[in-house]
Design a protein around this ligand. Structure first.
Ligand SMILES: Cc1cc2nc3c(=O)[nH]c(=O)nc-3n(C[C@H](O)[C@H](O)[C@H](O)COP(=O)(O)OP(=O)(O)OC[C@H]3O[C@@H](n4cnc5c(N)ncnc54)[C@H](O)[C@@H]3O)c2cc1C
Length: 203
């Protein structure tokens, strides 16, 4: 996130007297204390371990069994066309996948936008496979996923205000919370009206 927004988030946590520890590997809780690798235990009533998104362990095991390429973060290694880097007939998208030819953060905004590309590429792949096309023909037919350069992130501060990040910009205020509330409500209302997933909404 932008350094400006990160500073706002940091200040907001410190204001609430939340004890922050960065870069320590959490190994478990014991008798009211959170334990870390190579770091003293921390007594706490509530510990929040913020690790970022990681694909489930079973995916890595299955990929290893089937010799499908896995990226360093455990995600299936894919190219921009959402195909596995090692097996072009394997497709992956969203948080379980890691692009090897571009940088795409794991977030709902990007996962949502990959959906339609995945659907179209699967359809193309199936059509080509039905026609007996070789793997190279499938690769030519595939559409590439191009992430937006900047996406909007709005963090609820739970005090009637929100922090926003958009590219290098960072901002905060009650207006940002009202903005987030409107976006979230509009997003959820689309599920109420029909069962189709919304394809193009910034979350
Ligand atoms: C609390 C929270 C808040 C978030 N808020 C935001 C936000 O405001 N904006 C934003 O952009 N992103 C947000 N994210 C991130 C966003 O939710 C994810 O990036 C997004 O859901 C990824 O979509 P996905 O389809 O790749 O994976 P998921 O939504 O995780 O879907 C994976 C699905 O696979 C299923 N599954 C797992 N294992 C198996 C199995 N063995 N067999 C069958 N099914 C299985 C799971 O049950 C799940 O339904 C948030 C995430 C969290 C946890």
């Amino acid at each position: 996130m932008s350094p400006l927004a990160a500073r706002l988030a940091h200040a907001s946590l410190l204001d609430r007297r939340i004890d922050l520890r960065f870069g320590h590997r959490y190994v478990g809780a014991e008798r009211g204390a959170a334990r870390f690798e190579a770091h003293p235990a921390v007594n706490a009533d509530l510990v929040i371990v913020a690790t970022g998104a990681r694909p489930p362990q079973w995916l890595g095991l299955a990929a290893a069994r089937d010799t499908v390429s896995v990226a360093a973060d455990g995600g299936l290694a894919i190219r921009s066309d959402l195909r596995s880097a090692s097996h072009p007939a394997v497709f992956a998208a969203g948080d379980c996948a890691t692009f090897i030819d571009q940088s795409v953060p794991k977030s709902g905004v990007h996962a949502l936008r990959q959906g339609p590309v995945l659907a179209r590429n699967l359809a193309r792949g199936l059509c080509a496979a039905n026609g007996g096309a070789p793997a190279s023909a499938l690769a030519v037919a595939a559409e590439r996923f191009a992430p937006r350069r900047w996406t909007l992130a709005l963090l609820n501060r739970c005090d009637g205000s929100a922090i926003g990040a958009w590219g290098p910009l960072g901002f905060a205020g009650e207006w940002a919370w009202r903005w987030k509330d409107r976006i979230d409500r509009r997003f959820m209302a689309r599920f109420d009206q029909d069962d189709e997933a919304p394809g193009d909404t910034a979350v």
